[in-house]
Design a protein around this ligand. Structure first.
Ligand SMILES: [Fe+2]
Length: 296
């Protein structure tokens, strides 16, 4: 009896210490991988930098390929396979989120919509599920798809109704104290439009999600610690009510490999987790776009 109590106590302490074990992970967004602009060379630098800092895993915030919206199947397949060949050298596991540029042929009115990779099927074939969750060392990560396709074949930032139900169901698998991180491509909250246009300037639904308040309401009884987003090729970190850190990652590709965007170096974020405390580092992986080599 004494022995079984001892073993149970030992197991419990192992579970507690595992849950509290500090860890780090990388959030990189807007790689916009292409064979042009020396991007393969730059992306290899990203891979080497990530491997050197040894994160537990890497979250990829969408806009992985340069663009699937308009290009041919042959081109997008070649680009994606080239991206995956380099990304496979990353030693840590990769978790992907979809970006608006992963919706194959959305803007091509002549496109065959029955094609096996039309629309978001392209993303699902190469990168996996559009939304899912996983647990890591006591944290719960929810990767979301907030690329909402409208009837007129455009996109806006919004979570579809089926996924909203999934969010509620998924949250039932964790308790109220579990630290939660959510990831989606289009920002839930951003300062971008106000920074450049004044405090009363509103975001449109391509810059920020229209349903942020509805998504956040799902988390009102949970410990939402971190919101990770991309899309804007802008960098901001907002501490909301000293509870939730909202980070828009700088882009790996800067201004689509044509130099810096918003005067932020091409880079990514490392998140450092200790209990439910979060700190972050911005990591410039050392790329300088060569203007003389830029061609479109
Ligand atoms: Fe992007």
């Amino acid at each position: 009896m004494k022995q079984s109590i001892f073993i149970t106590a030992l197991l419990l302490s192992a579970v507690v210490s595992y849950a509290q074990q500090p860890f780090s992970f990388v959030f990189m967004s807007d790689v916009h991988y292409t064979e042009k602009f020396d991007a393969p060379k730059a992306f290899r630098k990203v891979v080497d930098t990530i491997n050197a800092i040894k994160p537990d895993f890497v979250l990829v915030g969408g806009d992985i390929v340069y663009d699937a919206l308009r290009v041919s199947e042959q081109e997008v397949t070649a680009t994606t396979n080239a991206y995956l060949a380099i990304a496979s050298k990353i030693k840590a596991p990769l978790h992907y989120a979809i970006g608006n540029h992963e919706v194959f042929k959305l803007y091509d009115r002549q496109a065959d919509t029955t094609n096996a990779i039309f629309g978001k099927r392209f993303y699902e074939k190469y990168f996996g599920k559009r939304y899912y969750s996983f647990n890591h060392k006591g944290w719960h990560f929810m990767v979301l798809d907030n690329i909402f396709i409208t009837h007129d074949r455009k996109y806006k930032g919004k979570i579809d109704s089926i996924q909203m139900e999934w969010i509620k169901e998924d949250l039932q698998t964790i308790d109220a104290k579990t630290p939660v991180a959510i990831v989606a491509h289009v920002p839930f909250i951003t300062t971008l439009s106000q920074w450049y246009g004044g405090g009363t300037n509103a975001n449109d639904d391509k810059v920020a999600a229209e349903d942020t308040h509805k998504v956040l309401a799902c988390f009102k009884s949970h410990n939402l610690k971190l919101i990770l987003q991309g899309h804007l090729h802008y960098f901001e970190a907002l501490n909301v009510m000293d509870k939730t850190l909202v980070i828009t990652a700088p882009s790996v590709s800067g201004k689509w490999w044509r130099g810096k965007q918003h005067n932020v170096e091409e880079g990514f974020i490392r998140l450092n987790i200790n209990g439910d405390k979060v700190t972050y580092d911005y990591i410039d992986y050392g790329w300088e776009a060569k203007k003389s080599k830029q061609v479109d």
